[in-house]
Design a binder for this molecule. Structure first.
Ligand code: PLP
Length: 452
């Protein structure tokens, strides 16, 4: 069985192996780091658990190849952005065709009808808007919810993540009253009071009810299952009761399916037959090209139209980003929605994810490791804790520990990449049995070494 000393000793060896395997990534990092904040084009790229990031030469299907020519089976898949595979032939074809027809024009294009129809058919919402990314979609729909309800408060769950939306980057205020939150001083970089944000634990219905009954909350923004702090599942009947409370208190429910789109082509809520007032999606919707969408029910669309009519537009309704709704985004979405957001695409993904889950379960049992594996659709997460977490606070205590760092680094040295920050693996339609076996072989080796 492992202890801190054993983990540190294995980690030291794994670090040395990484240096030997990746000299070109190291060299490139030394050359380029001076030009970038925190040494990388996006600061979270150094949150990977190695001495320096892997520098990627190419990514195709589910194989990433680094500058040293090492091949990696990619289970991170751009943290869902490339869920259907990197640079698949369909995506390349749509990219190259549209590239010569115009990228951004501030006008709708020939694909508007087809994309609108696909979105409505697949997700069930009445009308849509296109944004730059999922963060941008969240910001936009929160704004509409505040406008139409005349309420300012937004409610999110502790340890949620919805992108770079400042109000959602909140943490509990120590000793604070129920539902009060502070901005996280590092993540949000404000250090100011989180006015207008209510924060409660996932699965805590009494606290939620108490806040909603004040009648001050414009909307709840939530993932159907929490996917950014390990994985936290809802209790049975939880969402039905949240839906009921929202309707009763005039609170709008926004469901962010950006990650849980791995549950089925229409997202997790649709799989369960649940109803929200608005739906947000980004990342894979245009095959990894920056694009997000939000859809609203006919009822909410009517309220937004009424709001527009009430305030009157002056020919300047612009509250979103310039590159949103571009012909380029629409062309990519048309291709990806038509070819990938289908039951036929998802069936093998989910079947393979079940195989991965069973394989991890067997290894955990073989070595009696005090860990759990959780799967929802094509998304699998192992957590180095004997029981699954029930809310964000519980999950935070078990993720990103030295043991997780070690497992990530060990897997990388064995040609396997999983999502950084926690232990998520996503299965794409082009993931093969060989990829899954590669993961299981490496995972078994590290589990054996830790547990013996
Ligand atoms: C649930 C969820 N919503 C929204 C976002 C933001 O997506 P983007 O960074 O593409 O704007 C993320 C990013 O990880 C996410 O996990």
């Amino acid at each position: 069985m492992y202890n801190d000393k054993k983990i540190a000793a294995i980690q030291a060896r794994v670090n040395q192996e990484f240096l030997k395997l990746t000299p070109k990534s190291r060299e490139q990092h030394e050359k380029s780091r001076g030009y970038w904040l925190r040494g990388v084009p996006m600061h979270w790229m150094v949150d990977w658990q190695c001495a320096y990031p892997l520098y990627i030469d190419r990514a195709q299907g589910v194989t990433m190849t680094d500058l040293d020519g090492n091949h990696y089976a990619d289970f991170c898949l751009g943290d869902t952005g490339s869920m259907f595979g990197h640079s698949t032939p369909e995506i390349v074809e749509a990219l190259t065709t549209q590239a010569s027809r115009g990228i951004t024009t501030m006008k709708p294009s020939r694909d508007a009808e087809a994309v609108g129809k696909l979105l409505t058919d697949i997700f069930g919402m009445a009308v849509w808007q296109v944004t730059a990314t999922a963060s941008d979609a969240n910001r936009s729909i929160i704004r509409w919810c505040r406008a139409v309800t005349g309420r300012q408060k937004l409610l999110v769950f502790n340890q949620c993540y919805h992108g770079s939306v400042d109000e959602t980057l909140v943490v509990h205020r120590p000793g604070g009253a129920l539902g009060e939150a502070d901005y996280d001083p590092i993540l949000s970089m404000h250090g100011q009071e989180a006015n207008g944000v209510a924060l409660v634990e996932f699965n805590d219905l009494p606290s939620l009810r108490k806040i909603l009954e004040t009648g001050t909350v414009a909307c709840i923004l939530a993932e159907p299952i929490m996917t950014n702090v390990g994985m936290v599942l809802p209790d049975d009947g939880y969402w039905a009761e949240v839906r009921r409370l929202c309707t009763e208190t005039g609170t709008l429910l926004i469901i962010d399916e950006t990650h849980t789109i791995s549950s089925g082509p229409g997202g997790h809520f649709r799989e369960l037959g649940l109803k929200s007032d608005a739906l947000v999606l980004g990342k894979p919707v245009a095959g990894g090209v920056p694009a997000g969408v939000y859809g609203v029910t006919a009822e909410l669309a009517g309220r937004i139209s009424d709001y527009f009519n009430r305030i009157g537009t002056t020919g300047r309704s612009g509250t979103s980003t310039t590159l949103s709704g571009s012909p380029f985004q629409l062309a990519l979405m048309r291709k990806v929605l038509a070819t990938s957001f289908t039951a036929a695409t998802y069936a093998p993904m989910i079947a393979k994810a079940k195989g991965l889950e069973a394989g991890i379960k067997a290894i955990i049992a073989e070595f009696k490791a005090p860990w759990v594996v959780i799967r929802v659709g094509a998304r699998v997460e192992f957590m180095c804790s004997p029981t699954p977490p029930h809310n964000g606070s519980e999950a935070l205590k078990v993720i990103a520990q030295p043991i997780d760092t070690l497992i990530h680094a060990f897997l990388i040295n064995h040609g396997v990449v999983i999502t950084p920050f926690h232990n998520m693996m996503l299965i794409s339609p082009v993931t093969t049995d060989t990829d899954v076996e590669k993961f299981l072989k490496a995972f078994r080796a590290v589990t054996k070494e830790l547990m013996e």
